[in-house]
Design a protein around this ligand. Structure first.
Ligand code: ADP
Ligand code: NA
Ligand code: MG
Length: 383
């Protein structure tokens, strides 16, 4: 069909693993850079993988020699190494996009120039209590203190309820580059997966995300009780935000739906995203299929990104005991229309994403009814 392009993936966690699943079905070799036996490598037997870290320039150079295009399952990669290898191999999305996006403050400064609505925020320069107290007076309380870098699953955020919380907040995020954000009084969190191709910016339907302890717990596709107009507006906002960056592939866009039905961007990711896992069962082309096609300039019929059936995704997260996730999986085996995805990450730790389950239904109500017993099991296993 084509001249067997090889894809190099920075990172071999669950996102890389699901990318490999998509690449495998098209006979595309995916060379993974990560430790040996990482989840993505376990399902891909060939000698093109590279052992090492996406933060080591030498390992990135080595991966570049094995493939035609490099992509990443994570934004916390060495973008200077990517910049260097970009003269020899295609890097998608661009290293510039990844570099800007991996620093959330820079990401938001960049998006501001494109008129993307966001919570007001202020940069901290010295990380002193006096400085944060001054910002608190400007933004009001509560406010969210955030790390600019290396933030995920809420590990990088601290809710500052009042001036009294300032010492604790600065201690919790010490030695990290910080900014603080005005509190967003949202009624719902929405997300949209965007696919940037060589000449298009496409989007999947708008979903509703529910976080617990700042970790994504449930995703409802489509978002419940959200009008078609808001669904379309959220997709348009997500596409506009992603269009502000160079390069091809999947981008995950998180948004807040405010009380007055206006939308605000929360953050975006330059990669396939947890809020898009439902697309494996819910659409003809999953976010992983689309990402592989986008970076290789293969056709993506826009119709293939439409919702086939209402879908709910539940994350299986490490809980109170090392086998909590196994008990949840056991329960999922008996649920009709439930597709189970385990990531083979080894030992569970509280808060670690071990797998997910997607339940589909003819209606959202049917999917909700089917998944409820599993949600109940997961709730009893919280750490
Ligand atoms: P990350 O997902 O990388 O940890 P986010 O910026 O997405 O960081 O924040 C995680 C969660 O914290 C969001 O999904 C939302 O629930 C909450 N949150 C983030 N920013 C704000 C804010 N400004 N106001 C209220 N809640 C927020
Ligand atoms: Na994130
Ligand atoms: Mg987030």
């Amino acid at each position: 069909m084509w001249n067997s392009p090889k894809v190099g993936i920075l990172g071999g966690g669950q996102l890389g693993r699901m990318l490999v699943e998509s690449a495998n079905r098209l006979n595309i070799q995916a060379n993974v850079l990560d430790v040996d036996n990482s989840p993505a490598k376990q399902i891909s037997s060939h000698d093109g993988h590279v052992t090492g870290s996406f933060k080591e320039p030498e390992a990135v150079r080595k991966l570049a020699e094995t493939c035609d295009v490099i992509t990443a399952e994570i934004e916390h990669v060495d973008t200077y190494a990517l910049e260097e290898v970009a003269s020899k191999v295609r890097v998608e999305p661009s290293w510039q996009a990844i570099r800007t996006i991996q620093n959330k403050f820079n990401q938001k400064e960049h998006l501001r120039k494109y008129g993307i609505p966001m919570a007001e925020h202020r940069e901290l320069v010295n990380n002193t209590p006096e400085e944060l107290a001054q910002i608190g007076e400007q933004l009001g309380y509560p406010m969210m203190l955030k790390s600019k870098t290396m933030a995920y699953d809420g590990r990088g955020n601290f809710r500052v309820n009042s001036k009294e919380d300032i010492p604790e907040a600065l201690e919790a995020l010490k030695d990290r580059p910080l900014y603080s954000e005005k509190w967003a009084y949202f009624k719902m969190e929405l997300a949209v997966m965007v696919i940037k191709t060589k000449d298009d910016v496409l989007s999947y339907p708008t979903v509703e995300t529910v976080q617990e302890d700042s970790i994504c717990k449930l995703v409802y596709a489509p978002a419940r009780n959200v009008s078609d107009a808001i669904n379309q507006q959220a997709q348009a906002l997500a596409r506009k935000a992603v269009a502000a960056f160079e390069g091809k592939g999947a981008f995950g866009v998180e948004m807040f739906l405010l009380e007055d039905n206006s939308l605000m961007l929360c953050e975006l990711a330059s990669r396939i995203h947890n809020s898009g896992h439902w697309t494996i069962e819910g659409c003809a082309l999953s976010q992983f299929d689309s990402h592989i096609r986008a970076i290789l300039d293969l056709p993506i019929p826009p119709k293939s990104l439409e919702l086939l059936q209402p879908s709910i995704m539940l994350n299986i997260i490490g809980g109170a005991t090392p086998d909590s996730h196994l008990k949840a999986t056991q329960a999922a085996l008996s649920i009709p229309n439930a597709s189970i995805h385990l990531y083979s990450k080894g030992a569970a730790k509280p808060g670690r994403k071990m797998g997910h389950v997607t339940v589909t239904g003819a209606t959202m109500h049917e999917a909700e009814t089917l998944i409820q017993p599993l949600v109940d099991v997961v709730d009893t296993m919280r750490a």
